[in-house]
Design a protein around this ligand. Sequence first.
Ligand SMILES: [Zn+2]
Ligand SMILES: [Zn+2]
Length: 301
Amino acid sequence: MIIADYHTHTAFSDDSKAPPKAMADQAVALGLKMLCITDHMDYLYPKKYAPTSFVFDPDIYFTELTALKEIYKDRLELLIGIELGLRNEPGTREACAEYYRKLCADYPFDFVIGSTHVLNDLDPYYPEYWETHSKKAGMRVYFESILENIGTYDMFQIYGHLDYLVRYLPKESSANASPSATQPASAFVPSDTRDRICGKDYCFSDYKELIAEILKKLIASGRGIELNTSGYKYGLPFAHPRTQILKLYRELHGEIITIGSDAHTPNHMAYDFLRARDLLFSLGFSYYTVYRGRKAVFLPL
Ligand SMILES: [Zn+2]
Ligand SMILES: [Zn+2]
């Protein structure tokens, strides 16, 4: 059983209104034993999206979450994490690396996720990115940025939601979509071996070498990936990363894998965790990873 959700957001993130207490209450109600709050910090998030900035005051964050940790200590182990938005544009990259290095040295985060949320100064959540990049180029720029970021940033433990960009791909016309696009979102896909399994998708084989480099670099540096179940929540037939990437990670002897719902509201906490457990088992994993004080602990699935 999975007893820890290691990717969750609260109102400290610009895209969530959830009070931290409501998230803690939900974790207790679901029977989780560990909850790691990982709010967004996207230093130098492009000004064009103001007032959204994806930054918070770490002093207030620690004061509030430390108090909550104490209140819940007999029912739940609350951990204080962060999700850093990593950037690879020259100039921005150096400034972000310096800021994040200091932030992680100054504050005792239990767990640090590194994620890509901005590429070429554009948030691919918005259509502008896809108007200036073809689907193939857009996905390649994304994977290449990850490979670079792993080398630039050393303060994170796992790379967040590898391949989440697929959520925002412009939808293909139904004529081009494969028949399995009609598959219900809740259907379990035990072995994702096909290249394209829904209309909104990318070909794994186009990026396989690049993805293998990413995974090898993470493994070699003692870092890992997460199984982020928000793909299911978005109605995709796979989590992030897709099953083919998880399989490759396993083949490359990747051991470190955290599990997170990326919930921004209490009702999405631990989303489809039973399905995540089945998936990891089917791929030969028997443990998942949690962190305390940025030290990995392995728990049975
Ligand atoms: Zn993210
Ligand atoms: Zn997140």
